[in-house]
Design a protein around this ligand. Structure first.
Ligand code: GLC
Length: 595
């Protein structure tokens, strides 16, 4: 018989209803299931009617796999899915959270904390456009981005994934969604929108209050009244829905002791019924399992609670025998709502018409044009916090023509460090061969006058320091980390950063460039510094740092987070009654650029 759902001329709602009416319970359950790449053989996908596959952080077809290798992996899986009775395509998702960061030689953009400092939503939208092209170059149509957390305590290991402590700044940066998905037409408000096969479905995460946990402890409890939740953590979801975000990922955290993954009021009553979100809600990695303490303690209860709360797609570390089926008390209406939403996204984004990779896009990965965009983002993300020991003797911009200059510090010549977590691997890693890019040291060498001698020493000894230099650039900071591994209660600059700052700045006029996912304790050293720049986690295009240090472009960044004096003050955010920062939210000195 003529299958309406296969006809792209039919309205999406007609196609969804037709397909839904044909599906068995097993096919519906399969559609609600997301499994990890390593378990996703074509046979498993066909056998269990799986609806989605993901790459967890660092889960790649092979080390340094090419765009073509990624695309053929995804295509193989898709063949398995399309071989089923109804031929429903899978949607493959990945954490492209600062560029297509799992993929070797992709452009790595600054992490969100730096993008917040640019105060430039149009720049962030362009980053979304470039990221969509690089993701599609690998045959993938769905990203778990943007994280719209409003990080209220920098002790949180994921604070760098948050654009700002100020919800208004985070709201403005939801422009990333429109870059990734395309601009939703006016009559699309609230419905998921993806504008064709060069765009990708986005995911606003982690719903809701992930950035407000007690002491910034990852996945912990966000203790705040309804007014506070709705005015601080919820606002970015208003903007995300208006922009047509296709999916929302639920947070591991709890709100006043209730797990978000089991929170029917916030997921169904508020997000779906009050805000009229019409895309699909997806669990976090093992998010359902972590409803219980300890996790996995009672999977059927967890499924009952999670699907019952309104979660539509469930990430499962591997296909489990349990299914969220009617036996576990789910009315078919709940299952149909979930499958309806998933199918609505798949039909809207054209996945039935274009289920396979577009091989012509392979060249988009790491394209020079995207690297130039990333370099611009680095320039605009830098925040100048001190310039000269007195305002009439500014150190920056540095002269390109000098006799001899010293570059020091653990982060000057380390591409992996300047990219941070979620880069090639989940946690990120040090080294210059992690991917393609420009270190800050290389950028400095490429920018100074050929007659200027550049001496580099990671931890300069007295022999090096005994020499005469016109000035020194000290680049120190945090090693890469992700999620709970980044939780940190003291927020000091890791050794040997402080001693390198002190030994170099004692002997030479120095600018310190801090590479970090958040403000750190710098008050004890700020007096020794002639100049101080917060560079956050700039990513692969280190040239952007030199562009501004040497005056080709001016400093324009403004703090998107309060710079505290000590961790004892935390949490401390702009607008608090007791506000005693070293540098306040919104602070940033400027210099004039030539360009
Ligand atoms: C991770 C993160 C989430 C990510 C997901 C899939 O644990 O919480 O941000 O999208 O799992 O990698």
């Amino acid at each position: 018989d003529y299958a309406k759902y296969k006809d792209p001329k039919q309205p999406v709602s007609v196609r969804v209803k037709d397909l839904l009416s044909r599906m068995t319970l097993a096919e519906k359950i399969g559609q609600m299931t997301q499994i990890e790449r390593e378990n996703a053989t074509a046979d498993a996908l066909a056998k269990y009617f799986i609806g989605s596959v993901l790459s967890g952080g660092g889960s790649v077809p092979a080390p340094q796999a090419s765009a073509e290798a990624w695309a053929s992996m995804v295509n193989e899986m898709q063949k398995g899915a399309l071989s089923t009775r109804l031929g429903i395509p899978i949607i493959y998702g990945i954490d492209a959270v600062h560029g297509h960061n799992n993929v070797y030689k992709a452009t790595i953009f600054p992490h969100n904390v730096g993008l917040g400092a640019t105060r430039d939503p149009m720049l962030v939208k362009r980053i979304g456009e470039a990221t969509a092209l690089e993701v599609r170059a690998t045959g993938i149509p769905y990203v778990f981005a943007p994280c719209v957390a409003v990080c209220r305590d920098p002790r949180w290991g994921r604070c760098y994934e948050s654009y700002s402590e100020d919800p208004a700044v985070v709201q403005s940066m939801t422009s990333l969604i429109s870059g990734l998905q395309g601009d939703a037409p006016a009559n699309f408000v609230g419905r998921p929108y993806v504008g064709g096969s060069k765009k990708v479905a986005a995911c606003a995460k982690h719903y809701v209050g992930d950035g407000g946990t007690f002491m910034g402890i990852n996945e912990n409890n966000t203790i705040i009244d309804t007014h506070g939740l709705m005015t601080i953590h919820m606002p970015p979801y208003y903007n995300a829905i208006i922009r047509g975000v296709s999916t929302v990922m639920v947070s591991y955290s709890s709100w006043n002791g209730v797990k978000m993954h089991a929170n029917h009021f916030l997921v169904t009553d508020f997000l779906k019924n009050k805000l009229k979100f019409r895309g699909f809600v997806i669990s976090d990695w093992e998010g359902i399992d972590r409803i219980t303490t300890p996790p996995h303690a009672n999977y059927s209860y967890s499924i009952e609670a999670g699907v019952g709360a309104g979660i539509d797609m469930i990430h499962r570390i591997h296909r489990r025998s349990h299914c969220p089926s009617s036996e576990q008390g789910h009315p078919m209406s709940r299952i149909d709502d979930a499958v309806y939403r998933i199918l609505r996204v798949k039909f809207t984004m054209g996945l039935f018409e274009n289920p396979y990779a577009d091989a012509s896009l392979a060249g988009e990965l790491g394209k020079q044009e995207h690297r130039e965009l990333a370099r611009e983002a680095v320039r605009k993300s830098l925040v100048l916090l001190k310039n000269g020991k007195s305002s009439y003797s500014p150190l920056l911009p540095l002269p390109k023509k000098a006799g001899k200059i010293l570059v020091a510090g653990s982060h000057a010549d380390n591409l992996g460090f300047q990219c941070g977590g979620w880069t090639i691997t989940w946690q990120g890693q040090g080294g210059n061969d992690v991917t393609a890019g420009t270190t800050i040291l290389s950028a400095i060498k490429a920018t100074v006058d050929p007659s200027t001698t550049v001496v580099y020493s990671e931890s300069p000894e007295s022999t090096v320091l005994g020499d005469k230099y016109d000035y020194a650039i000290v680049v120190v900071g945090e090693p890469p980390y992700a999620e709970t591994f980044g939780d940190n209660l003291n927020l000091t600059i890791p050794a040997p950063g402080p001693s390198v700052i002190q030994s170099v700045c004692k002997s030479v006029k120095c600018v310190v460039v801090l590479i970090s996912g958040r403000p750190l304790v710098v008050e004890p050293y700020i007096g020794a510094m002639d100049a101080f720049v917060a560079a956050w986690l700039p990513g692969s295009e280190g040239q952007g740092v030199a562009d501004v240090l040497f005056g080709d472009y001016g400093f324009s960044g403004k703090l998107s987070r309060t710079w505290f004096k000590s961790a004892d003050q935390l949490p401390m955010n702009v607008g608090d009654k007791h506000y005693d920062p070293l540098f306040p939210f919104g602070f940033g000195l400027t210099t004039k650029g030539k360009m």
